[in-house]
Write a protein of this length. Structure first.
Length: 478
């Protein structure tokens, strides 16, 4: 619940609204770290695919599907993007009318030696001198070695951190390697929590600092308009089968801050939970950031001691750091269905999300009503229910609500000034009552046919019977 703007609730519950399965589409393939993106008004699903016909480190490529309609998917058979180890977790982002790609891994000397069979001249030249290509790092567990690929030396197959690419033409694979071809986020970034590769003890989160960031998961990026910073999220491998989410910030996509862990509310025991990947995004119609995290429980200390159930959980945030748990959108078998990352497709007043089913080699299409991820609802439907909000500032002199009323239901709203006095002509008695069995995504409320709000800072009181409220002026208040 977004406690920052709620003053009190009477006979009101809060719930998450579940995804609805609309369709299953057979594609006869499994998708590795898939994501969806709109490029020049066309929707694509990009994904990693094993390419065993290529010599390591080129044994993974990025392919794509074309989303002809929300439920019609075809294979782009002629498309193949080859970016070495950047293909492992490659993802595209639209920022400032530019198309950026991010990908790359942080690997160690054992991987480096496995890549020496390549016939690529650039790779062979890079691999011939370990004193330049590798460096020691004391935070690594000695059981896995003590050397990593040097993030301060150009690695032609992108195995020394996350790399940034600026695409001038994604269809023809024309791009620029940013940051002088060096990683923007190195595998030994300060503040990292990757104790799985270090010296974690599975009890103290401080002991999970260090190790090496493999970046063996997909990247999410948000732009926070409040502080004008980019927030990049990656997996934190805290311990054996224990994964969480760490973030870093930047003003320019090149220079990034030290890593830190996100905060989630309510707090959790890090070592009894597993968050395999993340999907952060924003929607222009909702004044909040959204996080979807697949969550499973640990049931032992071993790497594979993970519960078979996975829950796609919904989180909200105002600052991109502190994330409030709302509820579960979907349940599925652990490590079988993978959410296709990115913003939803919008059609027919619904959001459409997609998941890759690895066992069935198919894509599941899910829907949820537009801007209705969560809601406040009346618990006992025949009793007066109330929602009182703290002082809020309106960006426009209107109040719009996303709501439903049911049998014998109604909604009334009154406004108070900053002294908590009812504003003249804006009381419950003046309100143009919202009656039963109505459903509206963007309804402008009024008082005796007047919808022009005289004050821009107000308290809002809502009361009614048998109703459900989703948004008020694009604010997720629940």
């Amino acid at each position: 619940m977004n406690q920052s703007i709620i003053d009190s609730l009477i006979n009101i519950g809060i719930k998450t609204n579940k995804f609805k399965l609309e369709k299953t589409i057979n594609i006869n393939r499994s998708l590795g770290y898939p994501f969806i993106i709109n490029i020049e008004n066309k929707n694509y699903i990009y994904y990693r695919e094993d390419a065993t016909n290529y010599i390591r480190p080129d044994d993974e490529v990025t392919n794509r599907l074309i989303l002809e309609d929300f439920d019609n998917i075809i294979l782009d058979i002629n498309y193949e993007l080859k970016l070495g180890k950047a293909n492992h977790n490659f993802r595209l982002f639209n920022f400032n009318n530019k198309l950026y790609g991010i990908g790359g891994m942080g690997l160690f000397d054992a991987n480096y030696k496995n890549f020496k069979d390549s016939t690529n001249d650039l790779y062979l030249n890079y691999n011939k001198d370990e004193s330049i290509s590798l460096i020691e790092d004391s935070s690594l567990n000695k059981n896995i070695g003590s050397k990593i690929l040097n993030p301060k030396v150009i690695c032609p197959y992108y195995a020394n951190g996350l790399h940034l690419f600026l695409f001038n033409d994604i269809n023809n694979k024309i791009y620029i390697k940013e940051n002088n071809e060096l990683p923007i986020v190195s595998s030994i970034m300060n503040g990292r929590h990757d104790g799985h590769w270090g010296y974690c003890n599975h009890t103290d989160i401080e002991a999970s600092k260090g190790g090496i960031s493999l970046f063996d998961s997909s990247t999410s990026i948000l732009f926070n308009y409040n502080d004008n910073k980019y927030y990049l999220y990656q997996r934190a491998n805290l311990g054996l089968g224990v994964r969480f989410i760490q973030y870093t910030t930047s003003n320019n996509l090149i220079d990034w801050s030290d890593f830190n862990l996100i905060n989630i509310n309510p707090k959790i025991d890090f070592f009894q939970n597993n968050y395999y990947y993340n999907n952060f995004f924003s929607i222009k119609d909702i004044d909040i950031y959204i996080g979807l995290f697949p969550h499973s429980k640990k049931n032992g200390m071993g790497y594979y001691d993970i519960d078979n159930k996975e829950y796609l959980e919904l989180y909200y945030s105002k600052d991109c750091i502190n994330w409030n748990y709302i509820g579960v959108l979907l349940e599925f078998e652990y490590h079988n269905k993978f959410l296709i990352l990115g913003e939803p497709i919008i059609k027919n007043n619904k959001y459409y999300f997609y998941a890759s089913d690895h066992k069935c080699r198919s894509i599941n299409v899910y829907s949820i009503e537009k801007n209705r991820f969560s809601s406040a609802y009346t618990i006992e439907n025949d009793k007066i229910s109330k929602i009182n909000l703290k002082l809020i500032k309106l960006n426009e002199p209107l109040i719009k609500i996303n709501f439903k009323t049911y049998s014998n239901g109604f909604i009334k709203i009154q406004l108070l000034n900053n002294n908590k006095e009812i504003i003249d002509n804006f009381s419950f008695n003046d309100f143009d009552i919202i009656k039963e069995n109505l459903d509206d995504l963007d309804y402008t409320v009024s008082w005796k046919n007047n919808n022009n709000i005289p004050n821009n800072e107000i308290y809002i009181e809502i009361e009614g019977i048998n109703f459900e409220m989703f948004l008020l002026n694009n604010l997720v208040i629940f």
